[in-house]
Design a protein around this ligand. Structure first.
Ligand SMILES: Nc1nc2c(c(=O)[nH]1)N[C@H]1C(S)=C(S)[C@@H](COP(=O)(O)OP(=O)(O)OC[C@H]3O[C@@H](n4cnc5c(=O)[nH]c(N)nc54)[C@H](O)[C@@H]3O)O[C@H]1N2
Ligand SMILES: Nc1nc2c(c(=O)[nH]1)N[C@H]1C(S)=C(S)[C@@H](COP(=O)(O)OP(=O)(O)OC[C@H]3O[C@@H](n4cnc5c(=O)[nH]c(N)nc54)[C@H](O)[C@@H]3O)O[C@H]1N2
Ligand code: SF4
Ligand SMILES: [Mo]
Length: 685
């Protein structure tokens, strides 16, 4: 029997899709959460958390929280629902599943989920096992970092960077296409500590934002041109003798080929491609070639482009040339999920698939999947995600949701824009209401979050939902009638990953967090999980995949001719579309804004604060102009994934973004998005 805290301060873990995965202190008074702060003892959190999660009490006790299952009673999208019991919900879902399976096969059912909750059991545990056993179409979860992770892996063999705790020793930070002040605040805390010891911080971005103000210097470049900059830096490092021959010999393959490629990227050529003045490129290369240790934090934003995989692949080669991987505080990182790899195969049980060749749907192409895939998808099951807002080409997605012959189930804490189109809406617990296991994709600590309060209303966790559905479908109890503890023990099976040998369920219950590792400093650059075991500056596997084998620069695909390139990254106060329904946080963000260069604005006769129309072949969006020099001419930036607001005439920015896939990993191309900007006639305002 779980005993809940009625009054007191208890430890928890932040479950949101953020690299920092903080340790939390949660204050409970009379059974209600009244405050959330950072755990002062957690080695990375160190008592500090972001303002978003300090507002967690408002989310957990939000008056709009879904508390019971509902069934649609009016047309799709009309928000007409009636309360039903879980029994009725399960009966209807299982009946529909069985009849769809009989008529069209299980492939006609598609799960759609991402990391609204990062807990392993709730994000990639019982749910995956259920859909595998069912034989549903598989979902390729590519919406976040697929292109960049693939690109980085070609160079380094996996998501393996240095331990961020080392970066207090770093002397030069290149924050490359990452808005760290908003998206990874504890990396800025570590860098700030390093700065006190003399470190210099350089931000390389298409948008002068909060991170640029915090950094010591800002390098403004054209979207998608980063590969050229990386090659230009290599060109100068080689020209000026700043490469470490011994490291290259012992730890890399393909240096000669890379040197020939870099020879083409003189500072003048790179300046032309990137828009960065030659002197700045020279100065950056000199700093990088002469400062030890140096660290490159590669962000997610710069890989949401057509050429995003190759960009990350190329940047990841830089620290090998300077031998920085050998220095404490030196190297790079795109993500770090390699360290705390759980035994996902054993929890997800893909081997249960009745047909291992069942089709896979790329989540970035949900719009096409729902409107034109054959044989048709007849049931969509959404949890941990809000595709009506976050998925590209939103009108297509919503056209799909509106199909009369599509049965949609959504499971969430709130009636999101996606839930509006559901046939059955199910209430989800907040993470404080269930047990789960967490790892970070940035630091190396593994943590357990315990249930500290009872589920709100009739809400159920994803784990419980899919377990109960499986048992009602008549699936094997020995596979599904498990407790959360059972599954955590399976996930931690250490034969699978020696870096988890000392991490057990019992030790985690006692200690709350344990660091993955075996006392060795990683990555070991001559024992990497690449085919050669070394850093691959030249990659046979890329050649096999039809990609250029040497790190290179590929321009943006640019199949469209609209005059502006729009990037639409996250904002400071929301996490993707999570938190966008909380009044205090909305107030801080004010309204969705469009950053435009002053020259473009004056050419189009637009004024600051004016509302403008952005459009392309896919859709249109209205945004409020902010004119200045935060972006280069021809580039537009907006931030935040806002919910629909019909009163304001607001539709989300993904109305404009393409379903086109990036060069690697089936990744998203949200930021390679061409649009035009039009003045809104006065009558329409
Ligand atoms: N506050 C907050 N934190 C978050 C999130 C959130 O929504 N809000 N989301 C979380 C998630 S899921 C993720 S994936 C991460 C994302 O966090 P980050 O890794 O920081 O990625 P983004 O914020 O998408 O983009 C980072 C930067 O890339 C820039 N950029 C765009 N195109 C280019 C380019 O071609 N070249 C260069 N050099 N820069 C470019 C953008 O202007 C932006 O400043 O943050 C996580 N943390
Ligand atoms: N234009 C543009 N689009 C983007 C991005 C961008 O930068 N620009 N970023 C992309 C990126 S990097 C990402 S990662 C994706 C993120 O896309 P999503 O993963 O869809 O992120 P959220 O919008 O936060 O939606 C998560 C939903 O899960 C719900 N949820 C939370 N906990 C639970 C739970 O325990 N159970 C259930 N059933 N539901 C839960 C939340 O309430 C929320 O509605 O968006 C992508 N879309
Ligand atoms: S959202 Fe990120 S920074 Fe904020 S509390 Fe959670 S893990 Fe920490
Ligand atoms: Mo993401």
């Amino acid at each position: 029997m779980t005993t809940y805290t009625h009054n007191g301060v208890v430890r928890s873990v932040c479950p949101f899709d953020c690299p920092d995965t903080c340790g939390l202190h949660v204050t409970i008074q009379d059974g209600r959460v009244t405050g959330v702060t950072g755990d002062p003892d957690h080695p990375v959190t160190r008592g500090a958390i972001c303002n978003k999660v300090r507002q967690l009490p408002d989310r957990v006790h939000h008056p709009d929280r879904l508390l019971y299952p509902m069934r649609r009673t009016g047309p799709k999208g009309s928000l007409q629902f009636e309360r039903i019991s879980w029994e009725d919900a399960y009966e209807e879902i299982t009946r529909r599943m069985k009849s769809i399976m009989n008529e069209s096969g299980a492939e006609a059912i598609l799960p759609y989920s991402f990391y609204g909750n990062m807990g392993v059991l709730n994000a990639e545990g019982m749910d995956r096992r259920f859909f595998h056993r069912l034989g549903a179409s598989k979902l390729d979860r590519t919406i976040c970092n697929a292109a960049g992770s693939k690109g980085y892996s070609y160079t380094m063999g996996g998501s393996i960077g240095i331990d961020p705790e080392e970066t207090v020793h770093t002397k030069l930070f290149l924050i490359w296409g990452a808005n760290l002040v908003s998206t990874n605040m504890h990396q800025t805390m570590l860098a700030t500590e390093a700065r006190k010891q003399g470190a210099r911080i350089i931000h390389i971005d298409v948008h002068r934002n909060r991170t640029s103000s915090w950094a010591d210097e800002f390098i403004h470049l054209r979207p998608g041109s980063d590969g050229a900059l990386a090659l230009g830096l290599m060109h100068i490092l080689i020209r000026d003798g700043h490469v470490k021959d011994e490291f290259i010999r012992d730890h890399t393959v393909g240096y000669d080929e890379l040197r020939s490629e870099a020879a083409k990227y003189s500072p003048a050529v790179v300046s032309e491609l990137t828009g960065i003045p030659v002197e700045k490129i020279e100065e950056l290369a000199h700093a990088y070639g002469t400062t030890t240790p140096s660290f490159i934090r590669i962000g997610n934003g710069l890989q949401h482009h057509d050429n995003g995989g190759m960009i990350v692949r190329t940047i990841a080669c830089l620290p090998a040339l300077t031998g920085q991987w050998a220095e404490i505080g030196g190297g790079a990182m795109k993500g770090n999920s390699w360290y705390a790899r759980f035994n996902n195969a054993a929890i997800e049980r893909e081997d249960l698939l009745p047909d291992p060749n069942v089709r896979t749907v790329n989540m970035n192409q949900l719009g096409d999947a729902l409107t034109s895939l054959e044989p048709a998808i007849r049931m969509l099951f959404v949890y941990n995600s809000n595709p009506a807002i976050v998925a590209p080409d939103q009108q297509k997605v919503r056209d799909g949701f509106m199909r009369d012959d599509l049965f949609t189930v959504t499971h969430d804490l709130f009636l999101t824009d996606t839930c509006k189109y559901a046939d059955i809406v199910l209430p989800a617990t907040a993470h404080l209401e269930n047990l789960d296991l967490y790892s970070s994709y940035w630091h190396h600590y593994i943590q357990i979050g315990k249930p500290i309060m009872p589920p709100a209303g009739e809400s159920k966790s994803n784990f419980t939902l899919f377990k109960e559905l499986a048992l009602r479908m008549g699936f094997e109890p020995e596979l599904f009638d498990l407790t959360e503890e059972d599954m955590i023990r399976i996930a931690l099976d250490s034969d699978h990953n020696p870096l988890l040998k000392h991490v057990t369920f019992d030790s985690l219950m006692e200690n709350d967090w344990i660091k993955a590792g075996d006392g060795t400093r990683y990555p070991k650059t001559n024992r990497l999980p690449t085919p050669s075991g070394r850093i691959e500056l030249y990659s046979e596997s890329m050649s096999g995949a039809g990609l250029p084998p040497v790190a290179t620069y590929t321009p943006l695909a640019e199949p469209e001719t609209y005059p502006f390139l729009l990037t639409s990254g996250p904002n400071h106060s929301y996490i993707n579309s999570t938190f966008a329904n909380q009044a205090k946080l909305q107030k801080l963000e004010k309204r969705p804004t469009l950053h435009m260069h002053a020259d473009d604005a004056s050419r189009l006769q637009l004024i600051d604060g004016e509302r403008v129309l952005l459009r392309n072949d896919r859709g249109e969006v209205r945004l409020t102009l902010k004119i200045g020099t935060d972006v280069l001419p021809g580039v537009l930036v907006t931030q935040g994934l806002w919910w629909d607001d019909e009163a304001e005439g607001r539709s989300a920015v993904n109305s404009l973004t393409p379903q086109r896939l990036a060069d690697m990993g089936g990744g998203a191309t949200f930021f390679s998005n061409r649009v035009e900007v039009v003045k809104i006639p006065v009558i329409e305002l």
